[in-house]
Design a protein around this ligand. Sequence first.
Ligand SMILES: [Zn+2]
Length: 227
Amino acid sequence: MQLDAEEESSGQPSVWPDTYEIMRCPEKSCNLGPHCWRDPVSKKHYKLRTCHLRSLVEHVEQGHGLQTQEDVPEYIRQQLYAEDQQRIERRQKPTSAANFPPITITNVLPPQPHQAPLGSLIVGAPAVDPASTSVPVNRPDIPGLRDVVVKNYSYWQQSNVDDEALKVEFQKACDMTLADGLDLEQIHEDQDPDYFIKNGIKRGIARRFVGDIEQWAKRHKRGETED
Ligand SMILES: [Zn+2]
């Protein structure tokens, strides 16, 4: 009785503990956990970080069922696949960079990732012309496949409104972005809500969709490094 009253007053049913319980990795030998999603096909374990668990909770709060790991929605699966793929690629990069003989490094090479060993770049003095690096400093760093990221961002925006009509507006903005081949970094760079408004998106939604990207990216990143 006491518990019911508390839940009612806070408006927060026990979604968090239930979700954590369902996503707890059942295998003692697994060193990724404590929380994993196990791919039903490949049986591979994907470590769930706080940001993934938060997305799952939001999914449940939107009224979707989550009884077993089978109920993990497709967009979260895609996000896990994409991040895993990126992790693999990141791991491979230093090896391929090391294959370049250090002496031949000139400004002919594409800009090196920040993690590249500094020593190799210093050889031959001003190897990197700052003007040639095309990535603006304030561009939000969003890991994942660009189109999947747009969808995840749209789901997050939708999870922040209750009204179905508003959710639909965010979905339209998402579809429009993808149809035009745009990604979140570009939308953020342009800061142009008029693009969406001209295409029939409601003004407030357009401003949100353009303006919240950095905040979301930071949140997303924080969740990634929380544990
Ligand atoms: Zn596991």
